[in-house]
Design a protein around this ligand. Structure first.
Ligand code: HEC
Length: 140
């Protein structure tokens, strides 16, 4: 009886560890186009109103945290881009601008190598402010 219990605990731990590894990495599609986002992310509304102040803050944060890769204008021509071995996404492209705020928030928060996860770099409100700024970028 005791060993069964122990085995169960062991498997629960192993399972939890595997789940954590697989849920935080995108092994199946490291370079692929489709970036899986949980359905619920689409429904999350931007709680930060797109005021001039929020856009200004977003712009500052974008310049500090994103422009190095995505470029000043967002088209993906940042200085670090050529060293990444992966195309930096054009944030002014329709494929990006068509996405819901909640989806962008999810992707920015989670990141996908070589893009870092901004969940621990920027505060929640700061990430939303960056999205407000992204919405003002001119498409090409
Ligand atoms: C180290 C370089 C780097 C930095 C810094 C970076 N990104 Fe990225 N970003 C990338 C790359 C490369 C991709 C493509 C990742 C992929 O498709 O696997 C990407 C993808 C994205 C996407 C997803 C577009 C899509 O496919 O739907 C968004 C949105 C985005 N970045 C926004 C941002 C924002 C906002 C910041 C700053 C807070 C930022 N990124 C900082 C390199 C970077």
């Amino acid at each position: 009886m005791k060993t069964t219990k122990l085995n169960l605990t062991f498997f629960t731990i192993v399972f939890a560890a595997l789940f954590l590894i697989f849920s935080t990495n995108n092994f199946s599609n490291p370079n692929g186009k489709d970036w899986k986002v949980p359905g619920i992310a689409k429904k999350i509304k931007n709680p930060v109103p797109s005021t001039q102040l929020s856009i200004k803050l977003g712009k500052k944060l974008y310049a500090q945290s994103c422009a190095i890769c995505h470029g000043e204008s967002g088209i993906g021509d940042g200085a670090a881009g050529k060293y990444l071995g992966k195309k930096v996404t054009d944030l002014t492209s329709k494929t990006v601008t068509d996405q819901e705020d909640g989806v962008l928030f999810y992707k920015i928060s989670k990141g996908r190598a070589p893009m870092p996860a901004f969940k621990t770099i920027l505060k929640t409100k700061q990430r939303w402010a960056v999205i407000n700024y992204l919405r003002t970028l001119k498409s090409n």
